[in-house]
Design a protein around this ligand. Structure first.
Ligand SMILES: CCCCCCCCCCCCCC(=O)CSCCNC(=O)CCNC(=O)[C@H](O)C(C)(C)COP(=O)(O)OP(=O)(O)OC[C@H]1O[C@@H](n2cnc3c(N)ncnc32)[C@H](O)[C@@H]1OP(=O)(O)O
Ligand SMILES: CCOC(=O)c1cnc2ccc(OC)cc2c1SCCC#N
Length: 389
């Protein structure tokens, strides 16, 4: 058995791939709340569970440090995600969040935080069904405690706590292949600071290319080109919600955002999320929207640089301005704001601008998963309207 834990879970199993007799939808029915295990799963003796109050400065520092030192690295150990504290508070406290779903594991004696996993509630539409789900993220076990089967316990515990809130499905992404992806996406990278990306060893000077020629290749205008292109403001929430809900309705899997969700996830917050829209000067109608979130990475083992400033494409809608032009304006803003790279997945309609805007394909894949919800057959990235942090 290749996946001793995952083969026990209500997820699509590899052996079932292609079996179109299996119905789409929940794999297991909900259980009665009285039947949900009332007490936490057992941890190895030295450890204890802790609910992490991310709004507490001290707790947020501990979570930040655990992730900054032990969270995801690329295959070549060139980068490690360095989620900021304000980003973590944003990511973990959306409307309706549960503090009990921000789960830590501490060493009983030293009180040191050594593991973490989180859930947040989200309404996710799958085809025509809007399903109450948990979005699971930030699963992290300290480097010194790896390969001790702690992750399955963390996963079972967050599952138990989600069940206690009468939620039976979840969504998550991972760079690793597990039973069984509903879609597999590719990262694309648009160089904004070529010299730095070459110096850190991510990019290489092209054949017959000089550094100055390479800098010229990635050069962008000093200012955005779309008339009416401006930052989103709180009074734009109703219009942006309408625009986004309508746009996302075309995808097989997408969040079902209401105005409260849009205000939380898309209203600009410095160093966390940036959103811009196009307001028509004559009709004052909001016709287009683009957004990106800020996720820096620690640059590992480089004497000259410590941090990579990366922007990640979030939700973009174009109804009047060509998507290509809208996204080029997003690149221009990111360059103005001194980002080193602008990253995007090939989800939604992103494929239509990636090559033309000089994005290059990454070597990493991002696999999307649903827990306790079967999809008849894997989706194409263009059928996905969901971006997880
Ligand atoms: C109704 C609600 C349901 C809610 C829950 C839904 C499900 C949510 C699922 C979680 C979604 C998280 C999403 C998310 O956070 C975004 S993906 C980022 C995950 N975190 C990292 O990569 C950080 C660095 N790595 C680590 O901290 C550890 O390596 C982790 C903790 C990843 C594994 O710790 P370890 O010390 O290296 O390994 P053991 O403890 O010995 O455990 C080995 C088992 O863990 C399976 N494994 C490995 N990586 C996984 C991953 N990324 N997802 C799921 N499972 C993963 C692996 O296949 C094996 O099971 P198998 O034997 O069956 O193959
Ligand atoms: C320069 C392009 O690469 C990245 O931006 C980057 C940065 N930090 C990471 C940390 C962990 C990591 O683990 C998979 C990958 C990166 C990546 S590439 C995949 C993310 C994107 N786009």
């Amino acid at each position: 058995t290749r996946h001793k834990f995952w083969e026990t879970q209500p997820v699509g199993q590899f052996k079932d791939i292609g079996d179109t007799n299996l119905p789409e939808g929940p794999i297991e029915p909900p259980t009665l709340l009285s039947e949900v295990k009332q007490e936490p799963y057992n941890l190895p003796n030295l450890y204890e569970w802790i609910n992490c109050d991310i709004s507490s400065e001290e707790m947020c520092n501990e979570v930040y440090s655990l992730l900054a030192n032990n969270y995801v690295e690329d295959d070549e150990n060139m980068f490690r995600f360095n989620y900021s504290k304000e980003f973590l508070r944003w990511a973990l406290q959306p409307p309706g969040y549960f503090r009990t779903w921000h789960i830590g594991v501490r060493v009983k004696s030293s009180k040191k935080l050594v593991a973490f996993i989180t859930g947040i509630p989200a309404k996710i539409r799958v085809r025509d069904e809007v399903v109450n789900m948990a979005e699971i993220n930030f699963l992290c076990v300290h480097k010194k405690l790896r390969s001790k089967r702690l992750a399955p316990v963390m996963i079972k515990e967050v599952t138990r706590r989600v069940h206690l809130e009468n939620i039976w499905q979840a969504a998550y992404t991972a760079g690793v292949v597990l039973p069984t992806p509903i879609a597999s996406c590719q990262y694309w990278h648009r160089t904004l600071n070529p010299k730095k990306l070459i110096d850190v060893g991510f990019s290489r000077l092209g054949a017959r290319m000089t550094m100055s020629r390479t800098i010229k290749l990635y050069k962008l205008p000093e200012s955005t080109v779309t008339p009416g292109f401006r930052k989103m403001e709180i009074h734009d929430v109703p219009a942006v919600t309408r625009l986004l809900r309508n746009y996302l309705s075309q995808f097989v899997v997408a969040p079902d955002f209401d105005e409260n969700d849009v205000e939380h996830w898309l209203l600009p917050e410095e160093n966390v999320v940036d959103s811009y829209l196009v307001e028509s000067s004559e009709t004052h109608e909001v016709t287009d929207f683009c957004s990106f979130y800020t996720l820096p990475s620690t640059i590992l083992g480089n004497p000259n640089y410590s941090t990579l400033k990366a922007a990640y494409s979030f939700y973009n809608v174009s109804t009047k301005t060509p998507l290509l032009q809208l996204m080029n304006d997003a690149l221009i803003v990111a360059k103005q704001r001194d980002y080193d790279v602008f990253n995007a997945l090939d989800v939604m309609e992103n494929d239509s601008f990636l090559k033309e805007l000089k994005f290059g394909p990454g070597d990493g894949k991002l696999h999307y998963y649903l827990y306790n919800y079967r999809i008849r057959q894997a989706l194409k990235p263009s059928e996905l309207g969901l971006v997880l942090l």
